[in-house]
Ligand binder design. Structure first.
Ligand code: 13P
Ligand code: SF4
Length: 393
């Protein structure tokens, strides 16, 4: 029977595996401190813990938070950083929940544990409510149900499941178990090419836009990409014939931030700023993606702007904090946000200096708070899919 329960953030918080030792300090007083004081105290802990502490920051973080990160990157690079970490005992992840889970799986994989004589790296997410609304659009029971239903109309041995990294560890484990892989916005095309060498069909979740935009660039038509609605009990709202004719079955999920960019915004910027280039993240809907001049992961967006000559004009379709930072860092270029309305990632924004200082001062006092630890079986299978992600570029 199809799962019909929305996988809300509340349910994710309930189900995720966390170990939280009792905090030495309460969070509340930190919330009324000024940023200057919080920054000074964060730096004091960083100095005290030295290389034992690694702070990773995703490009969507607020400026004052990303300034405290030892390394910053897109999802792919941050996964590599976690996988390559050597000296550190604790990773504090300034990003969202799926990123911290990924860091835990890669940072504590068997070869790393052996190198450290069994010592785990603790991964801390400063605010446990920092989730991803897209990741929450695909729950493992819904995926398993869809797979079972697909098996009634086609041969699932000929389907490679691919999950975008923006998904729970349980989905990563699912694709690991079923011969699939995790992809990021940096290697989505390589992931599809990898899959089509193995099977005739792919099931892609949770982001329909990344799946569709990538597959369209590989000469797969929209008609070959039925969309699976997890709330429709009858083959996800598709006919058996449509699924049998498919190349890529897309999950009906999206990013609530990137879906705010519209084709009329592109038209408006082109009309008002002749010569402007449109640069977007591939989580944008097809009609925006196709009108763009360039696209890519957050890391690629940054590199593209960095490589552009002075006087270049851009309208950028991705999260607001990153676009504003690029504007500040490149006054020699004209940079606009590709929407008249504010599109920021509210969950990334939950990580602020107060939460960061709170977890760090607790850590320095010997209290591990907000630790993300994926259970062993899930981690084992997720690792299979994540290692493929790191190999396939
Ligand atoms: P990147 O991998 O491009 O950093 O994307 C992560 C993300 O969540 C975009 O919404
Ligand atoms: Fe998730 Fe979208 Fe936020 Fe990225 S921007 S973390 S996809 S909600």
């Amino acid at each position: 029977m199809a799962a019909t329960l929305a996988f809300t953030t509340a349910k994710r918080l309930e189900s995720m595996s966390t170990i939280t030792s009792s905090p030495q300090f309460d969070l509340q007083p930190y919330k009324s401190l000024e940023n200057e004081e919080l920054t000074a105290r964060i730096r004091a802990v960083r100095d005290q813990l030295g290389p034992e502490l690694l702070i990773l920051g995703h490009h969507y973080q607020q400026d004052e938070v990303i300034a405290e990160a030892d390394l910053r990157g897109d999802s792919y690079l941050l996964s590599q950083n976690a996988a390559d970490s050597t000296d550190c005992r604790t990773i504090v992840f300034c990003g969202v929940h799926f990123m911290a889970e990924t860091a835990d799986i890669l940072g504590n994989r068997p070869e790393k544990l052996a190198e450290r004589n069994g010592q785990r790296v603790n991964v801390i997410l400063p605010d446990l409510a920092a989730g991803c609304s897209m990741a929450d659009m695909a729950a493992i029971d819904q995926i398993e149900d869809a797979w079972e239903q697909l098996g009634e109309v086609l041969d699932t041995d000929d389907v490679t499941p691919i999950t975008y990294i923006n998904s729970a560890a349980s989905l990563k484990a699912f694709v690991g178990r079923h011969g699939g892989m995790v992809c990021t916005s940096s290697n989505a095309r390589a992931a599809l090419e990898w899959a089509f060498k193995r099977t005739g069909r792919v099931m892609f979740f949770p982001d329909q836009h990344l799946g569709r935009n990538t597959a369209l660039g590989m000469d797969i038509s929209e008609a070959q990409m039925p969309v699976w609605n997890p709330f429709d009990d009858d083959l996800g709202g598709n006919t058996a014939a449509a699924l049998q004719a498919s190349k890529v079955i897309l999950w009906q999920g999206h990013c609530s931030v990137h879906q705010m960019f519209k084709a009329q915004h592109v038209a408006m910027f082109r009309e008002q700023h002749p010569g402007i280039k449109i640069l977007v993240h591939p989580e944008c809907p097809r009609e925006v993606f196709e009108l763009a001049d360039e696209s890519g992961s957050t890391g690629k967006i940054i590199k593209t702007v960095e490589a552009a000559p002075p006087g270049s004009k851009w309208a950028i379709g991705t999260e607001l904090h990153l676009v504003n930072r690029l504007k500040q860092q490149h006054p020699e270029q004209e940079i606009h946000f590709l929407s008249p309305v504010v599109c920021m990632c509210a969950t990334m924004y939950r990580i602020d200096l107060a939460h960061l200082c709170w977890v760090l001062e607790n850590l320095a006092a010997g209290a591990l708070v907000n630790v993300i630890e994926v259970d062993e079986e899930t981690a084992r299978w997720s690792l299979v899919a994540l290692e493929r992600m790191l190999e396939v570029k």
